[in-house]
Design a protein around this ligand. Structure first.
Ligand SMILES: [Zn+2]
Length: 500
């Protein structure tokens, strides 16, 4: 049964009810539960492997320091050998972004061609993995791609560096002061190696930021690349035992006098390795013989036009109070206070509510645009630069309950954001959206013991894994780091002292 309440008002109410907290429903996609349509090849296993590629393309599309979220959809016309990426943002997609994606794709095509030439038909489809390439193959093409991506995303990357690298450096220095360095082992040794490699890469990238007119040399880019991959490999080991909470326990142990709250070690490591990890995913895409068709086809890039609604929320405590009474079907004591806080929090002016990129993209792909792509089914997976908010998660769920095509992203972080705009302001989904959000609101009130009866569901999560350096590359990259740490040792832990 649908409700007459405006879904926008209910989403605003949920963002008030949860503020910055998660609503208990963060969840990750489990691909085994879904069938996929419109992938690069007619093979489920291969198409699942393209999820991280679409996420990587969305990730490298972010350039602004904050509040920029990107979604990317894929269509493939194998008969005409054409491929289309459709890009959506919460705000307007710029020409600069379309050009950036086109340029990176061309370079990935060149890299894929170089790998193909080197394989020279030596690849047998029955082998689980394609043959290893000598380190030098494609290296200068890879460094060109790395440079373009870092330069485009520099502001965003510096934001991550500024936010996390200093805390991480202090954290590892504290660890070294508490332990006998030579006796570091297991998880702590991996952490140490990860941080040395990360800080080396950060130092070089920061040079580019401090003096934007300077260019890094080829060998500096190689250092950024090899140290970043090395860091990602060690970080993967550090973060692997999620269930043991080793990061959290260590942060607690070292946290007492260093930081007021335990350092968010896991988050720092994830954030600082995210860009190079996604770049590595794109290199693996170019390396894959199975996915080669995608990089041989002619590329089209489309941008979804920005869409937003103007929404007027209840403006006074009285209006919010009668809204809450309708939502809860009756009057409760708590409504009075909530109504006052809601009116104070949201004010009385109109809100411009942007349609979030993943929902805008799905709506766009489902609407006839009057071009040759109308008849090409889009790939079921949408790449995103950030997990979806709860309102988007619910909208995608109800979209998928219709009898048409279904779409998935890698999941939701379980937070409610305001302002949020519904992709289509008319049609049957509006009432269903309102009903679903209202159900979650009532379940929340129930869990707070503010009502009498209701129920709620929750989700589970999973994570992916990636490959990386050859043994020789790893030894080389570790030797570079060890030498630099040794050179700067000075009175003991010089490498980990604050930068000048
Ligand atoms: Zn959203």
């Amino acid at each position: 049964m649908a409700t007459k309440l405006d879904p926008h008002h209910l989403v605003a109410l949920m963002s008030y009810a949860f503020k910055d907290k998660q609503d208990g429903s963060p969840r990750c996609l489990d691909p085994s539960l879904h069938s996929l349509k419109g992938g690069i090849v007619d093979n489920y296993e291969t198409n699942v492997r393209t999820f991280p590629i679409l996420d990587a393309l969305a990730h490298i599309s972010v350039s602004r320091k904050e509040s920029q979220v990107i979604a990317i959809g894929l269509q493939l016309n194998s008969r005409k050998q054409e491929i289309r990426l459709t890009v959506a943002e919460n705000q307007k997609v710029t020409d600069g972004l379309v050009n950036h994606l086109t340029k990176i794709w061309r370079k990935l095509q060149a890299l894929s061609g170089e790998y193909e030439k080197n394989r020279g038909g030596r690849w047998d489809k029955s082998e689980p993995r394609s043959p290893e390439m000598p380190k030098k193959v494609g290296l200068s093409l890879k460094m060109g791609i790395l440079r373009d991506i870092y330069q485009y995303s520099l502001e965003k990357q510096m934001r991550r560096i500024d936010k996390w690298s200093e805390g991480l450096r202090r954290f590892i220095k504290e660890l070294l002061e508490r332990r006998v360095f030579l006796h570091l082992q297991g998880f702590e040794l991996s952490l140490y190696k990860a941080v040395v490699a990360l800080l080396l890469a950060v130092e070089v990238v920061s040079k580019l930021h401090d003096n934007p007119k300077d260019q890094l040399t080829e060998s500096e880019w190689e250092l950024v690349y090899f140290q970043s991959i090395l860091a990602s490999e060690h970080v993967r080991i550090v973060l692997a035992d999620r269930k043991e909470f080793v990061c959290e326990l260590l942060a607690q142990e070292l946290g007492d006098h260093l930081f007021r709250d335990p350092f968010q070690l896991r988050r720092a490591l994830e954030k600082l390795t995210s860009l190079p990890r996604h770049i590595e995913t794109l290199f693996r895409f170019a390396h894959s013989p199975r996915l080669r068709p995608a990089l041989r086809y002619r590329l089209f890039v489309s941008a979804v036009p920005q869409k937003a609604h103007t929404v007027k929320l209840p403006a006074s405590p009285e209006e919010w109070k009668s809204f809450l009474e309708v939502a809860c079907y009756k009057r409760y004591d708590f409504q009075e206070m909530h109504a006052v806080e809601l009116a104070e929090g949201f004010g009385s002016s109109k809100w411009v509510c942007p349609v979030h990129c993943e929902c805008g993209l799905i709506q766009y792909l489902q609407t006839r645009q009057g071009n040759q792509w109308d008849r090409v089914p889009p790939f079921s997976y949408i790449g995103v630069s950030k997990l979806s908010c709860s309102a988007c998660r619910i909208w995608i769920e109800i979209f998928n309950e219709q009898c048409g095509p279904k779409f998935y992203t890698r999941g939701s972080h379980g937070k409610w954001y305001w302002p949020w705009g519904i992709p289509r302001a008319e049609g049957p989904l509006v009432g269903v959206m309102a009903r679903k959000v209202l159900d979650e609101y009532l379940a929340h009130l129930e869990s707070q013991k503010l009502l009498r009866s209701n129920s709620v569901s929750s989700g589970v999560s999973s994570d992916g894994a990636e490959h990386g350096l050859s043994d020789d590359d790893r030894k080389d990259a570790e030797a570079v780091g060890a030498t630099i740490v040794q050179d700067r040792r000075g009175s003991g832990l010089g490498f980990f002292d604050a930068r000048g």
